[in-house]
Design a protein around this ligand. Structure first.
Ligand SMILES: *[C@@H]1O[C@H](CO)[C@@H](O)[C@H](O)[C@H]1NC(C)=O
Ligand SMILES: *[C@@H]1O[C@H](CO)[C@@H](O)[C@H](O)[C@H]1NC(C)=O
Ligand SMILES: *[C@@H]1O[C@H](CO)[C@@H](O)[C@H](O)[C@H]1NC(C)=O
Ligand SMILES: *[C@@H]1O[C@H](CO)[C@@H](O)[C@H](O)[C@H]1NC(C)=O
Length: 489
């Protein structure tokens, strides 16, 4: 029976598109699909075991029959000269052999292997990418392992893996803190050993420049494992270096250096608390008298003056958002930068064609609100972010004649913590608010890039971030920008 079910799964799976090699960590939406994946793996494994058990029962019965046959009808080796006796023996051995081969062939195992090729098992890169996402969150939001695991703890093996990923990324302080966390959680069930952890604590302390700590953990390891020649050599080295090096940073306290981008992401600076903010306004707009907006003006708020950043509230409904997500979900793939796949941009996205009525309606709405022509705009780009998902500081402007004159960024979800859009050059932080959008010009009126529009998407600390981007290009705006949008530079 189990064989039939396993075969059925195979047929179903091969008739629908079950692609493997999916990337998970760059999209929280994809990660949630892993719940189904795990279910599939558990179910098929259990079916496979049942099928093997049924088969073993069959084989045992066969064995009994064969033993019985040779017992009831023995062939006397002396009588083999007798052609009839010889014939009987030949026939029986052949029949036995055929039966046994039938029941022991690889077909079950192969069936299971084929079913497994349809499972979307995360790659090693996925796992490392997810750990890397955790480390990036720590860096940007200045978190300790215990802060980040407050809601859900990691076990010693998991923490050791995160530490190793940090170590390989030369983030020795973060690696150290994860090894320490792992050591604290070591149990008899851990695969990770105390020796491994002490060695890595020593190595990362050394790499970070804290020699006393490197010697301390090295000595601990030596006490535990006095025959470890490797650590003896390292200890010798550390003791000699100790008198040459003066740096002795505190590896236990997270370092204070961070870029403007990072401090903005943490919400530590926001220039808008100054009196400048009070001059900024909030009003209803009809897109300069656009008939489509006359009776339902959009609520417009000036978030910043130079560059001018406008927030439009409630420009997309929850239902439209759900439809956009539903169309995008199966099509998402890793977002690229001009340099291709990059660790500086960890999200998945898709450009949506306007043959869908909702996508077309939203494009029209953007054109109405901004007063800009949609003719040279790119298709709407829907994105979902992953673990620590972010886009590090960049300009939207592509270096060409028909550049991205303006950006319209729609927030399709609230984000519990993190995920803000920040402008480090001017010190502005825009929080995602579901249903709202922000808009700015990337180019000055004279066509040069506005250097203040450099911006970044902060890592998502908690929540699921969905956005949609519309990049509007230069061509087709010749008569629009100056008249429809007053004195903006
Ligand atoms: C992380 O933990 C440290 C030490 O316990 C605490 O001072 C800090 O406020 C925590 N940070 C966050 C963001 O929870
Ligand atoms: C850490 O950063 C804060 C804010 O940027 C600053 O006020 C403080 O002096 C810094 N501390 C050290 C030890 O550098
Ligand atoms: C989106 O997809 C979900 C799940 O398939 C479905 O339940 C929901 O009705 C869809 N929403 C819309 C607006 O089409
Ligand atoms: C274009 O205009 C901006 C803002 O007015 C100005 O800073 C920049 O120097 C101008 N660039 C050129 C090439 O004229």
């Amino acid at each position: 029976m189990a064989v039939k079910e396993l075969t059925f799964i195979l047929v179903v799976c091969s008739s629908i598109v079950c692609t493997s090699g999916v990337e998970f960590f760059t999209s929280t939406d994809k990660i949630s699909q892993l719940f189904n994946e795990e279910d599939f793996l558990l179910k098929t494994f259990s079916l496979y075991i049942d099928a093997e058990e049924e088969n073993i029962k069959l084989m045992k019965r066969l064995l009994l029959l064969l033993q019985l046959g040779s017992y009831l009808d023995p062939v006397d080796p002396e009588k083999i000269k007798d052609p009839v006796a010889a014939y009987k023996l030949l026939r029986r051995v052949r029949a036995e052999w055929i039966n046994i081969v039938d029941y022991t062939q690889l077909s079950l195992y192969q069936l299971y292997q084929t079913v497994l090729t349809y499972a979307q098992i995360p790659q090693l890169e996925d796992l490392d990418g997810a750990a890397s996402g955790l480390i990036r969150l720590q860096e940007i939001y200045k978190l300790y392992p215990h802060n980040i695991t407050k809601e859900m703890a990691l076990n010693a093996d998991e923490a050791y893996h995160v530490g190793l990923v940090a170590y390989n990324e030369d983030k020795f302080q973060h690696a150290f803190l994860w090894f320490l966390y792992s050591l604290d959680r070591l149990t008899q069930y851990s695969v990770t050993t105390k020796q491994q952890l002490l060695r890595h604590l020593s190595l990362s302390s050394y790499q970070f420049g804290n020699l006393p700590m490197a010697i301390y953990f090295g000595q601990q390891l030596l006490n535990l494992d006095p025959t470890n020649d490797d650590i003896k050599v390292l200890l010798d080295l550390y003791r000699r270096l100790r008198f040459q090096r003066t740096s002795n940073p505190d590896i236990l306290r997270l370092s204070n250096e961070s870029s403007k981008y990072e401090t903005l992401c943490r919400g530590e600076v926001d220039e808008r608390t100054s009196k400048r903010q009070r001059a900024l306004s909030c009003r209803y707009s009809t897109g300069g008298g656009n008939p489509r907006l006359m009776y339902s003006p959009v609520k417009e708020e000036v978030e910043w003056d130079e560059p001018r950043i406008i927030r439009y509230h409630d420009i997309i409904s929850d239902r439209e958002i759900e439809i956009l997500k539903n169309i995008s979900r199966p099509l998402l793939s890793r977002s690229l930068t001009t340099a291709g796949v990059s660790k500086y941009r960890t999200s998945q996205g898709v450009f949506l064609e306007e043959d869908n009525i909702v996508v077309a309606r939203i494009s029209q709405r953007i054109a109405d609100i901004t007063g800009l022509s949609k003719e040279s705009a790119e298709n709407l780009f829907v994105q979902n972010y992953g673990i620590g998902g972010r886009y590090e500081p960049h300009y939207d402007e592509l270096d060409n004649e028909n550049g991205r004159i303006a950006t319209f960024l729609i927030y399709m979800s609230d984000v519990e913590i993190g995920g803000a859009t920040v402008f480090p050059e001017v010190g502005v932080e825009l929080k995602p608010k579901k249903g709202s959008a922000v808009f700015w010009y990337n180019l000055h009126k004279n066509g040069s890039v506005d250097l203040n529009t450099k911006h970044a998407g902060c890592p998502v600390l908690r929540g699921n971030k969905w956005v949609a981007n519309k990049w509007i290009h230069v061509f087709g705006q010749e008569f629009r920008r100056p008249c429809s949008l007053s004195n903006w530079e």
